[in-house]
Design a protein around this ligand. Structure first.
Ligand SMILES: Cc1cc2nc3c(=O)[nH]c(=O)nc-3n(C[C@H](O)[C@H](O)[C@H](O)COP(=O)(O)OP(=O)(O)OC[C@H]3O[C@@H](n4cnc5c(N)ncnc54)[C@H](O)[C@@H]3O)c2cc1C
Length: 380
């Protein structure tokens, strides 16, 4: 480690790593500190889905910028990625209506409508007989969250301008602008705190002002079901009707209001757990399945078995199989705030907090980091 840095980044989740990568690219000498021995937060517990096509407005711009970064970093840092896109499956006329309306708002492409047979082929052969079609979300990309974040951190640590200090907790700013850590004082011209949902431990005033809470999600890892004797292969990230209530480009359609009423009537069990029924396939064939949402200040550690049962039964139905074999279950937690999808706040002299507060950190972090760094450097 050097004795002084241009930038201290707190947190080695995707938000912190994206800022470290963007800062090093701009010629800054960077130290990343992470309180754990490796990233174990939201960034390794998610679907690895960069849900680009379904964003709108500024989020779409940030997501598109992030897309290019994910693909170039995937090749530089040698982690798996795929640009096969997303697949939104429609299982009712209302769901098909949302996809048609979204496709109509993207005359230059990006949303390609499919019939039921084409949808079935893209989901590996099995599909809920109720499916009426789908849409390819062409700009979406995927990474494997468990390996991408670890490899990105390792690659950053090998760059000449970057040091990474594991098992080193940030404790707060000193009066002279230096940072106090669990391993001593660090001298850095600026600090960017990317502590995710734990912002309130460090800067409770900023977290309270933005209304930051914790959103807890239940997930499972399952074996790939078989079709014709072989494990299914599902290249795209798979989204469903509940996803259409969540991501802005879907949710802003007129058809989405009708869909909510329909799902409240036909699938109260999914609405009751605030589900976003989705799945992605990891490079080893296993499927990441989720998720449910509960938002609270402090997250209870207990997994609700009824929630897992609902999600797994719905995923099995989507894949046209009777049941799925679970390998792992876990809870993921991310920062959530009602006012804005991300927070960038000056929390002390020379200290900026950045947190994605809407569950799309894998989608926008690399774009958000470029914006934050450009603005900080322009103001310097
Ligand atoms: C189940 C689940 C599914 C999701 N699916 C998707 C998806 O498919 N697509 C998508 O775009 N987004 C998804 N998200 C959201 C996405 O994962 C998050 O927005 C993103 O990972 C947040 O990144 P982060 O770096 O802020 O947080 P984290 O990954 O939680 O990282 C924060 C890091 O800061 C460290 N830290 C905290 N305090 C300190 C301190 N004082 N000192 C040092 N280190 C500290 C923590 O140890 C942690 O490693 C999902 C989230 C969950 C939970």
């Amino acid at each position: 480690m050097s004795s002084s840095y241009d930038l201290l980044v707190v947190g080695a989740g995707i938000v912190g790593l994206a800022h470290a990568a963007a800062a090093a690219e701009r010629g800054l000498r960077v130290l990343v500190i992470e309180r754990d021995g490796h990233a174990a937060g939201a960034s390794v517990r998610n679907f690895g889905h960069c849900c680009i096509t379904a964003q709108s407005g500024e989020l779409l711009d940030l997501a598109r910028a992030a897309r290019e970064r994910w693909l170039s970093l995937s090749s530089a840092a040698e982690f798996w990625s795929t640009a096969e896109g997303g697949l939104a499956v429609a299982r009712s006329a209302a769901e098909a209506g949302v996809l048609e309306e979204l496709a109509a708002t993207r005359p230059d492409g990006g949303v390609r409508l499919l019939g039921p047979e084409e949808t079935r082929k893209r989901i590996g052969g099995g599909l809920d007989p109720a499916a009426v079609g789908g849409a390819v979300l062409e700009e979406d990309v995927r990474v494997d969250p468990r390996s991408a974040v670890a490899r990105l951190a390792a690659w950053l640590g090998r760059q000449p301008l970057v040091d990474v200090g594991w098992r080193t907790a940030y404790l707060g700013p000193e009066d002279d602008g230096a940072a106090r850590t669990s391993r001593g004082i660090v001298a850095a011209a600026r600090t960017i705190v990317c502590a995710g949902h734990d912002l309130d431990y460090l800067f409770p005033g900023a977290a309270d002002e933005a209304g930051v809470q914790r959103c807890g999600l239940q997930m499972a890892l399952v074996d790939a079901p078989t079709a014709g004797g072989s494990p299914v292969e599902i290249a795209p990230a798979v989204l469903t009707g509940t996803s259409m209530l969540r991501y802005p480009a879907f949710a802003d359609t007129a058809a989405a209001a009708e869909l909510r009423t329909e799902l409240e009537r036909t699938h109260p069990e999914l609405i009751g757990i605030d589900a976003n029924l989705m799945l992605t396939q990891r490079p080893d064939g296993t499927l990441l399945i989720g998720d449910s949402h509960v938002t609270l200040g402090t997250m209870p550690p207990f997994l609700e078995e009824a929630t897992s049962t609902t999600l797994l039964a719905s995923a099995a139905q989507l894949l046209g199989v009777e049941r799925l074999t679970v390998r792992q279950r876990w809870q993921g937690v991310y920062a959530s705030a009602p006012q804005a999808p991300y927070l960038v706040a000056d929390v002390a002299p020379g200290v900026t907090a950045v947190s994605v507060t809407s569950g799309i950190g894998m989608t926008i972090s690399h774009g958000l980091a470029q914006k934050v760094l450009d603005e900080l450097l322009a103001a310097a």
